[in-house]
Design a protein around this ligand. Structure first.
Ligand SMILES: [Zn+2]
Length: 317
């Protein structure tokens, strides 16, 4: 970046952002202390919001920089850089399955939503959907399909903030659920995250939803399904193994019920007969479907069909 004098007698030292300083550009954008020289007509073609911002009644009314109109954006510069790079650098933000980072996704999605840049908003929603599913099978597939990584608990806090801001409520049941799988004290203690130069934290509505969901999800555990009489084969060895697993795992499964599947399958496959394994696997799957079905209600969110309609609209049908 090279330094440049301020267009006004300001104490802020402005810098050209070299990667987005096109010498034949015809408008200068400012976000924080950064200046970008880009193409007004191209930006205006992307959205009516930007078009309105660039339709000056009289050129003389507009502040200029280096002989070009200067438009000040009051967005965090960290977000703005990702947004502009996604617009002007063709390989910066490609659709899934190409990987991205959560910082880029966050900046692009927030500002493409705000400025109504439809193609970037839709692409960012596709990336978000690779981690945050609306079916239980998508939940279990997220590690394989996700195009970005989250920095643990703080990452989920940032996703809650992002999804709320861009009205992607369909991502919230899984995001909130993942936040309830730790202690509520931990959520509140670590509940803020600096991303793209801005602090992300849970809103009061997020905290109320999570604490209500915390109570609801902890009332549900798949452990009792192991002891259903209709499923038991009559072999005392199988019965003993089922009781042992139910007692050992009940507490862990109350904290993170959807984690049960892996342990359950491994244990039952080893210590029970094929008939018990099959019946218990079916029972586990039906428990998961029921649990997932009730997840939005646990967080006072709309039911899945409504969330799925919202998601389909965000992803472009
Ligand atoms: Zn058995």
């Amino acid at each position: 970046m090279s330094s440049a004098p301020s267009p006004q007698a300001s104490t802020t030292r402005l810098v050209h952002f070299e990667e987005l300083w096109f010498t034949d550009g015809n408008v200068v954008l400012q976000a924080g202390d950064r200046l970008f020289c880009v193409y007004r007509g191209f930006l205006a073609s992307l959205s009516s919001v930007l078009s309105d911002m660039f339709s000056f009644p009289q050129p003389s009314d507009v502040e200029c920089y280096d002989g070009k109109p200067l438009i000040v954006f009051h967005d965090p510069p960290g977000e703005f850089v990702h947004f502009l790079k996604a617009i002007f650098m063709p390989t910066y933000f490609l659709p899934p399955p190409t990987k991205t980072t959560f910082e880029v996704l966050d900046g692009v999605l927030r500002l493409s939503d705000k400025y109504d840049v439809a193609h970037l908003r839709q692409r960012a929603m596709h990336h978000l959907s690779t981690w945050f599913g609306t079916t239980v099978e998508q939940y279990f597939a997220d590690n394989e399909t996700a195009t970005f990584k989250l920095p643990g608990l703080k990452g989920y806090v940032a996703v809650a903030s992002l999804a709320t801001q861009v009205h992607a409520a369909w991502a919230l049941p899984q995001c909130y659920y993942d936040l309830t799988t730790t202690s509520i004290d931990e959520v509140l203690r670590q509940g803020c995250h600096v991303l793209n130069g801005t602090t992300r934290q849970l809103s009061e509505a997020d905290i109320i939803a999570i604490s209500n969901g915390f109570r609801a999800t902890r009332r549900s555990s798949p452990a009792m399904r192991l002891l259903e009489h209709s499923d038991i084969c009559g072999d005392p060895g199988c019965l003993g193994s089922r009781v042992r697993l139910a007692m050992d795992a009940a507490e862990d499964w109350m904290v993170d019920p959807l984690e049960a599947r892996e342990v359950w399958m491994e244990y039952m496959g080893t210590f029970t007969c094929p008939e018990c394994f099959e019946k218990c696997s079916e029972s586990m799957r039906s428990w998961e479907v029921g649990f997932w079905e009730n997840l939005p209600a646990a967080f006072a969110l709309p039911p899945w069909p409504e969330l799925q309609r919202m998601k389909a609209a965000d992803l472009g049908g």
